[in-house]
Ligand binder design. Structure first.
Ligand code: ZN
Length: 443
């Protein structure tokens, strides 16, 4: 694979851009490409082979990366499901779209915001959503703009069924000439780590025996290396299982002609901590194990086998899709089209906006945190405690050595934090949500 920083520095990309300028429209002209966006919940980038992992967890995604562009430095805009998906849907940062927990209310995505589904539906797309967690259901606005939207409350272990649902839809709708948007969210990699037979023992000699449930994790009984390694073994088994199902999906879409003209994007909403900074799970910090997410883009006219080291964010996904399709973006979208020139040092913000969790283990309570990555430097500010740190990710990718926060980076974080919201999603409360969030370890 070739390594570059900024897609447009490649020869193929320059040719592509020249063609775009002369066409004055999207890559495919009148024949709009199908868009397949896959979000694998809780998948940290560094546990994929194509991101340098030493286990063979992801042969299918590795092949996809060989056929397209792998963005090696993509940041999640939030360390948990709801706000990260709102960012992917809208191309906005968390402080702008305001998807969050507030007291006992949960605020989803504001349906007045243009989103990937509403924008592409307006362009004549058939829009299809398949999601596997209640946080992405219609109560929280995520179904807005979708012609077909199926969701499951907690779809752990449903990767096979979700893939079958998609292929069945294409079988039932043969001959439909409209371009399709397919958004697939898979939950299997999320805890509990209980991969199906054969995948459970792929990396774990004792299979799923032992600590596998979230309550046990929260109980703090894995604060030793052996238990931690056991969980990682099972987590990796889940990744391999999902990867195999993506192989089924890609083969099925290919058989049905869907991928003859398509853009395939694979990412995740956030990663997972395994005691790197003292905690297990996600939602509670902004370290890289939680916000470094995969981003692989493959499609017609996309160069093959490129690793792009430029910084990117989930908020770039919508603008990049829009650029590929040839749609003018609504005003206010904060991400950029990754296939157009942009500042390699632009600040990439992330934040929790979730009272009750914090990035320092020993502090519990109502705290708010934000981070910005700019070039190689990353700053984190805890606005509640005033604690500020910085890491040089080039020298210290594991964020083990805290540096004093640079004033420019601090200003970037403060500017991000002061960004006026552009949306006001309604708060939703019911006891079922509270119980479900508690069951997932979120509250
Ligand atoms: Zn998630």
């Amino acid at each position: 694979m070739k390594i570059c920083s900024g897609f447009l520095k490649t020869k193929k990309a320059s040719v592509l851009m020249t063609a775009l300028m002369f066409m004055g429209c999207g890559i495919m002209g009148s024949s709009k490409p199908n868009i397949v966006l896959i979000i694998i919940d809780t998948l940290r980038a560094d546990h994929l082979g194509c991101y340098g992992y030493d286990r063979e967890t992801s042969p299918v995604l590795d092949s996809l990366a060989e056929e397209g562009v792998l963005f090696s430095r993509c940041q999640a805009q939030a360390p948990w499901t709801l706000p990260a998906h709102a960012t992917i849907w809208t191309g906005l940062t968390v402080v702008s779209h305001q998807a969050r927990r507030s007291g006992t209310d949960t605020h989803g995505v504001d349906i007045s915001l243009p989103s990937i589904a509403t924008i592409l539906k307006g362009e004549g797309y058939v829009t299809l959503g398949f999601v596997n967690i209640f946080l992405l259901n219609g109560d929280f606005g995520f179904d807005n703009g979708f012609d077909h939207y199926s969701w499951y409350p907690v779809g752990d272990g449903r990767a096979e069924e979700s893939v079958s649902e998609i292929l069945q839809w294409f079988d039932d709708n043969r001959g439909n000439p409209s371009p399709k948007l397919v958004v697939l969210h898979l939950y299997d990699v999320h805890s509990p780590y209980d991969p199906p037979a054969s995948f459970d023992s792929l990396f774990s000699p004792v299979g799923t025996r032992g600590v596998t449930d979230w309550d046990a994790l929260e109980g703090g009984i894995i604060h030793n290396r052996q238990d931690r390694d056991h969980l990682v073994n099972l987590y990796d088994g889940e990744i391999a299982w999902v990867d195999s199902q993506l192989g089924r999906l890609f083969a099925g879409l290919r058989e049905r002609g869907v991928t003859d003209n398509s853009l395939i994007i694979v990412t995740s909403d956030h990663g997972e901590e395994f005691l790197e900074h003292g905690r297990i799970g996600h939602g509670q910090s902004l370290y890289q194990e939680l916000i470094h997410v995969p981003l692989i883009i493959s499609g017609n006219d996309i160069p093959a086998g490129l690793i792009d080291t430029i910084t990117a964010g989930q908020f770039d996904i919508l603008p990049t899709i829009a650029g590929y399709v040839g749609v003018t973006l609504p005003e206010g979208v904060e991400g950029v089209d990754l296939f157009l020139p942009h500042d390699p040092d632009r600040p990439i913000p992330s934040s929790g906006l979730w009272p009750g969790k914090c990035f320092l283990n020993e502090i519990e309570g109502f705290e708010t945190i934000a981070s910005v990555l700019s070039g190689r430097m990353k700053g984190i500010v805890n606005f509640t405690t005033g604690y500020e740190i910085m890491h040089d990710l080039a020298k210290d990718p594991l964020e083990l050595y805290e540096l004093p926060l640079d004033t420019v980076l601090l200003r970037n974080i403060e500017t991000y934090w002061a960004t006026p919201p552009v949306a006001n999603p309604p708060g939703v409360f019911n006891e079922g949500i509270e119980e479900s969030l508690e069951g997932l370890g979120y509250i």
